[in-house]
Design a protein around this ligand. Structure first.
Ligand SMILES: Cc1cc2nc3c(=O)[nH]c(=O)nc-3n(C[C@H](O)[C@H](O)[C@H](O)COP(=O)(O)OP(=O)(O)OC[C@H]3O[C@@H](n4cnc5c(N)ncnc54)[C@H](O)[C@@H]3O)c2cc1C
Length: 415
């Protein structure tokens, strides 16, 4: 049986990997060259510690405060738009204790499955992507943030996730090679990280070797449906592909694409930026989130990546220099001896996180089109959840019981 996957980000490529292994004839279509999308320049963190979805109590009040600070880590570009209004309303309604409670164990299992699968990739010939399990440090400058993080650590502990709540001396002991200025932090020893660009390009190369067909540089412009099935995909350049099975893994573009079939997917882009310092003389050794600034700092191989900001931008590629300054200025506040220079704008990477209103992905078979599977909406966790996403997609195609419960991820849950 043949499967066409729309989107060659981590969700699409990992789906291709497990589907090909299960004996399907797989093709991947991507409008880009598979060198630089959201799955490439991200912070590379594999995070079983991130079991709390983005839609959680307290997030709205914090978000509103951030909206009034031009250097803050969050921004919504105001626009009159029904999709955005519906997304915001659904987000508001999802910021509940119940949403968090029911999502936590599922997200934990999803991340843990994915981490185990990353380990398998790391041991597979042709893969060498600086996968390391050095944990993740949530570094806090003020006591209130540390208290909140310590509360999250208690929840993690209840879910069986190892945590250490540390004071200033404790975090400094973790990072003897670089001076820290912080109140303390929470350390999650079970988290991991990798060099995302390397993983993605090695996966792409391995898929080509295994006979997966790629339509790179081809935009899906139309989807044709007949009798409850997607029957064809129209590509830029006039080509039309007849299809048996389709996976929608087009990241932040998925909603616009699927609208053609009358499906309204609530999805917004969470644009973020990163810069990569090549072989800097000084760098932390443990991946760290600078909590008040929401800046991620990840050692990748010999390099150091610094990333952050979530801007709902309507897929605008413009670099917001104030947000970029916000990211860079945060670094020396936590690491007084590390002050990255403002880079040339054309070296600043940006990517669009596909964000759902309840912070949970859209995964599973469409209720309306029997040969269409969704694999998108993983927001800030898409890299971490990538291999498990691919495995779940292949399990759906094989009618196997999925490795984790997927009820919460129903694609058409918002109507
Ligand atoms: C600054 C930053 C830091 C991050 N850090 C982390 C992290 O540490 N850990 C983590 O787990 N996640 C992280 N993320 C999130 C993660 O990168 C994303 O969740 C993930 O990359 C999404 O993958 P995807 O495959 O769903 O989408 P994408 O990678 O966006 O892939 C979608 C693909 O679909 C293609 N496409 C779209 N429309 C069409 C069309 N019409 N025709 C053909 N092709 C099309 C696009 O070209 C694209 O290649 C971060 C994101 C950002 C921005």
């Amino acid at each position: 049986m043949s499967v066409h996957i729309i989107g060659g980000g981590i969700a699409g490529l990992c789906s291709a990997w497990y589907l090909q292994k299960a004996g399907f004839e797989v093709s991947v279509i991507d409008k880009g060259g598979l060198t630089d999308g959201c799955s490439f320049g991200n912070a590379g963190m594999i995070v079983p510690s991130h079991f709390i979805p983005m839609a959680a109590p307290g997030v709205i009040a914090q978000g509103i405060r951030w909206m009034f600070d031009s250097k803050s880590p969050f921004y919504i570009k105001p626009r009159l738009d029904l999709d955005l209004a519906q997304w915001l309303w659904a987000f508001y309604r999802s910021c509940t204790r119940e949403n968090v409670q029911r999502a936590m164990p599922v997200l934990r299992d999803y991340h843990q499955l994915s981490k185990a699968l990353f380990r398998e990739f790391a041991q597979t010939e042709g893969f060498d992507f600086d996968f390391e399990t050095k944990g993740l440090l949530m570094l806090c400058k003020n006591p209130k943030t540390l208290r909140e993080e310590a509360e999250a650590a208690e929840k993690a502990h209840d879910l069986g996730i190892e945590t250490q709540v540390l004071n200033a001396a404790g975090v400094q002991l973790l990072e003897p090679g670089i001076r820290l200025e912080a109140e303390g932090g929470v350390f999650y020893p079970g988290d991991a990280h990798l060099y995302s660009n390397k993983f993605m390009s090695q996966l792409h190369a391995a898929l080509i070797r295994q006979g997966v067909a790629f339509h790179s540089g081809k935009t899906v412009e139309g989807l044709v449906a007949e009798k409850g099935k997607v029957s064809a995909i129209a590509l830029s350049g006039g080509e039309t592909l007849a299809v048996e099975q389709v996976v929608l893994a087009a990241g932040s573009w998925s909603a616009k694409l699927i609208r053609q079939l009358g499906i309204r997917l609530l999805l917004q882009d969470g644009k973020g930026y990163s810069i990569t310092l090549e072989q800097p003389p000084l760098r932390p050794s443990i991946p760290t989130i600078l909590m008040e600034a929401r800046v991620a700092v990840t050692p990748m191989g010999q390099d150091l990546r610094i990333g952050g900001t979530l801007e709902i931008s309507n897929l605008s590629s413009r670099i917001n220099t104030s947000r970029l300054e916000g990211i860079l200025e945060a670094v020396p506040k936590y690491y007084p001896d590390l002050a990255p220079e403002t880079p040339a704008l054309d070296t600043v990477w940006h990517g669009f996180r596909p964000c759902t209103p309840d912070g949970l992905p859209y995964m599973g078979r469409s209720a309306r089109f029997s040969n269409l599977i969704f694999a998108t909406g993983h927001a800030m966790m898409g890299l971490s959840l990538g291999p498990a996403t691919g495995k779940l997609v292949s399990e759906i195609f094989q009618d196997k019981t999925p490795s984790i419960g997927m009820e919460l991820f129903r694609p058409e849950r918002f109507g």
